[in-house]
Design a binder for this molecule. Structure first.
Ligand SMILES: NC(=O)C1=CN([C@@H]2O[C@H](COP(=O)(O)OP(=O)(O)OC[C@H]3O[C@@H](n4cnc5c(N)ncnc54)[C@H](OP(=O)(O)O)[C@@H]3O)[C@@H](O)[C@H]2O)C=CC1
Ligand SMILES: O=C([O-])CC(=O)C(=O)O
Length: 275
């Protein structure tokens, strides 16, 4: 195949937010990923965004969140508060939408219904978690229970609305302390910047009401640690991932942009591994 023909088949990618996830992903795409071309980025601070991409081989356009929807694939890597604007534009335009702020999708499942009408696809990456292939497989059969226990260094939980509402000061925590126990829906509301993994797990398995979550502020861990336990008719799963916090945002594990990159490669790769 000629080079031009191959170019014309590339999927264009737009990224909303150039932080711990978005900037790493943008750099990786700029370095070159077969079948994908970084075409546009958005941010709150557009000047900072321009500076961030200045050294790129092929700098993307810096656009408003809604204008990313001109791209074939829209990756949301912004704070949860911006999720609705970015998601709605991408879904109305019938694009492939890849959310990072997965917790913000749970109270907006109407977007999934809307995507059915517009032809959009919503592809939730595994993100900072693991094993969603096995959870999805188990959920094709009977599942008794799904739980996730998240342990983060206390500063990785700072600022969560649930902590403020319950006057919990994680800065004062000196030994492992459980700060939340409940379902994934409530966890995502109370900790919008912390438990997107629980939301992804819920969507892969038995839904946000039945997926149970514990969140621990743990001065004894240096990594964001998530343990999933699944009791299903076909298998029992226990899996733990220990994520190195990123320098830019300690709430976010370094593996997250890598997971999204792997997810994007899967959109165009000839060989795709894992369900
Ligand atoms: N699915 C998963 O497994 C995981 C998901 N996450 C979630 O992914 C999201 C991104 O995380 P992370 O990269 O660590 O966050 P960061 O805070 O590091 O980056 C977010 C970026 O978004 C930009 N931004 C702020 N407001 C807006 C806006 N209104 N529109 C567009 N961009 C904006 C900010 O840039 P500036 O203000 O300078 O313009 C900032 O650089 C978060 O919601 C986080 O909770 C995180 C970890 C794991
Ligand atoms: O990076 C992590 O370990 C998980 C995280 O912040 C999230 O789920 O939002």
């Amino acid at each position: 195949m000629k080079g031009e023909e191959r170019m014309s088949k590339d999927l264009t990618v737009g990224i909303a937010g150039l932080g711990a996830i978005g900037l790493h992903l943008a750099r990786a795409l700029d370095a070159g990923v077969q079948g994908l071309r970084l075409a546009a980025v958005s941010a709150r601070d557009l000047k900072k965004a321009q500076a961030n991409i200045a050294g790129f081989k092929a700098p993307p356009m810096v656009v408003a969140n809604t204008e990313l929807a001109a791209c074939d694939v829209v990756v949301e890597a912004a704070p949860a508060a911006a999720f609705e604007e970015i998601a709605t534009a991408a879904i109305e335009a019938g694009r492939i939408f890849v959310p990072s702020s997965v917790g913000a999708l749970l109270p907006r499942m109407h977007l999934v219904e809307r995507a059915k009408q517009t032809g959009a696809r919503i592809i939730v990456p595994t993100g900072a978690l693991l094993g969603l292939d096995a959870v999805r497989a188990a959920a094709e059969g009977a599942v008794e229970s799904v739980t996730i226990e998240t342990r983060k260094p206390p500063r990785g939980l700072e600022g969560a609305p649930y902590l403020k509402q319950h006057a919990i000061d994680v800065g004062a925590v000196t030994s492992a302390t459980r700060v939340f126990k409940g379902n994934a829906f409530d966890a995502a509301q109370g900790f919008p910047a912390n438990v997107n993994v629980a939301a992804a797990l819920a969507l892969a398995g038995i839904g946000p009401e039945r997926t149970m979550v514990e969140i621990w502020a743990d001065p004894g861990v240096t990594r964001n640690t998530h343990t999933i336990r699944v009791e299903a008719a076909a298998a029992r799963l226990t899996m733990t991932i220990e994520n190195v916090p990123s320098e830019e945002n300690p709430r976010t594990g370094k593996i997250t942009p890598l997971s999204i990159l792997a997810c994007l490669r899967g959109l165009t790769s000839t060989l795709k591994v894992g369900s």
